[in-house]
Design a protein around this ligand. Structure first.
Ligand code: ASP
Ligand code: MG
Length: 456
């Protein structure tokens, strides 16, 4: 079937994040959005708000029995609170309790010997739990709904903590196992989690539910992907930083990808990759206020302003590698990147001078905080050059269109920032962004000042 045929039969994949399924009230609001849209027949949800953090702490190995019990009690409360609001909780209650028991057993194991594999198995329980509750809520609202285990189709490699999905396998599995369920009912399933070819549970990395939803939308040739969160779409910057931030009604895939990449927390950075591959328009809105509308992300939009938005991403690690051997030599950077690749270090920004290269590290795994260079990589790099690591930095990214070919845009920006120390600047590689590192303590005032200059 061609995508066009499928688009005709409107099929929406809707994803609800943790705050949209935080408790009974939030779940009911989100369920109403599904009930009101007959095209929304695949629903992927996150764990209830806060649950993944609790599970990650348990998975890291809590050896102190009181603390472990405290976390387990809190987990029990979150889910039992929802159960207590259901009309007929009986069937679901037993499933919730058996999942909570399994969390407790796995937490004991993690306390004696944590592992990445065990972590994925443990944290996957957040989504396994929330989907039982959400399915029941939809059914109690008279929406015919089945719960589906996404691990039956979300095939990934075995890189626990940040597994790489395999789109072709996912499409085949979705065609065989998910599509037949869509006829007359809604399917509720888990974001974030997957399974490798041996059936071991994996996860796509923190915040990965958006990405899951996009992968599923791609696999079933959906006509729309909806991402429901707690803010009504994308803004010119985070309104908590600049109160005058304006909502963006429509934005192109390329601009939105840059925004997601550069820290606009509203979308997991990989989300748009499958949407772009399959040309699926993406809508972002607030499940608390669906009537407010939100942001549409599409291939092409009417308006492509020079400056679109400002994004901020903190916890940056900058690595500077210096060697006199680099002067007019060839192969030095190749060697640097060979070492980084060997130690699975993903590089984000890069600038070079005659004798040094500075780069920032990508955020990779389930843990928060600034990424670090593995000691083995430092060791190997040190044989080649001097290695300096700096933290306490934030990345400010200005997103727009034709920025590298519009006269005067750099002056406008850097003029505003003359009082700040810019640690590293990247400009020119993409027409859609200009970004630089600043000290953490300056970050918010830099964004405020730029926002005022450019957007207010
Ligand atoms: N529950 C997971 C997390 O908190 C995935 C997600 O919400 O997207 O990271
Ligand atoms: Mg999220």
């Amino acid at each position: 079937m061609s995508p066009v045929d499928n688009h005709a039969a409107a099929l929406t994949v809707a994803k609800f994040g943790g705050t949209s399924v935080a408790d009974f009230t939030a779940m009911s609001r989100s369920a109403a959005i599904i009930k009101n849209n007959p095209a929304a027949r695949i629903v992927l949800i996150s764990a209830c708000s806060g649950v993944t953090n609790l599970l990650v702490e348990l998975a890291n190995g809590v050896t102190e029995p009181d603390r472990r019990q405290q976390l387990l009690t809190r987990l029990g409360q979150i889910h039992h609170n929802v159960l207590s609001e259901l009309q007929s909780p009986e069937n679901v209650a037993s499933k919730i309790d058996s999942l909570l028991d399994s969390v407790s057993t796995l937490a004991d194991q993690a306390a004696s010997q944590p592992s990445v594999q065990l972590t994925d198995q443990l944290v996957s329980h957040g989504e396994l739990l929330s989907t039982h509750l959400f399915t029941r809520i939809l059914n109690e609202m008279d929406v015919d709904t089945v719960r589906f285990d996404i691990r039956d189709i979300m095939r990934t490699d075995s890189q626990f903590g940040k597994a790489i999905p395999q789109p072709e396998a996912i499409r085949q599995l979705a065609t065989d196992k998910l599509r037949p369920l869509l006829e007359n009912q809604v399917v509720v399933s888990q974001g974030f989690i997957g399974s490798d070819s041996k059936g071991q549970t994996t996860t796509l990395g923190r915040g990965g539910s958006d990405y899951s939803a996009a992968l599923v939308a791609e696999a079933v040739d959906a006509s729309t992907l909806e991402i429901w969160t707690d803010v009504p779409g994308m803004y010119t910057t985070d309104p908590r930083i600049a109160a005058a931030a304006k909502p963006i009604k429509e934005i192109s895939f390329s601009e939105a990808s840059e925004m997601a990449n550069f820290g606009a927390k509203i979308l997991h950075p990989s989300t748009l990759v499958p949407a772009v591959r399959q040309q699926i328009p993406v809508f972002i809105g607030s499940s608390k206020a669906p009537e407010q509308g939100g942001t549409w992300i599409r291939e092409s939009v009417d308006d492509a302003p020079l400056f679109r938005a400002l994004a901020l991403r903190c916890n940056q690690t900058m690595v500077t590698l210096t060697s006199l051997n680099m002067f007019h030599a060839y192969g030095f950077l190749a060697e640097v990147f060979r070492i980084l690749a060997e130690h699975k270090v993903s590089v984000d920004l890069i600038t070079t001078s005659e004798v040094s290269v500075s780069l920032t590290l990508d955020q990779t795994d389930t843990g928060g905080g600034a990424p670090t260079l593995p000691p083995k990589a430092v060791e190997a790099l040190s044989e080649l050059c001097r290695v300096e690591v700096e933290q306490g930095l934030c990345l400010v990214a200005l997103i727009g269109n034709q920025m590298s070919s519009t006269k005067g845009s750099a002056k406008q920006i850097f003029g505003t920032l003359e009082d700040y120390n810019l640690r590293m600047i990247c400009y020119g590689a993409s027409p859609h962004n200009l970004c630089f590192l600043v000290k953490e303590q300056d970050a918010k005032s830099v964004v405020k000042a730029l926002h005022q200059k450019i957007f207010e």
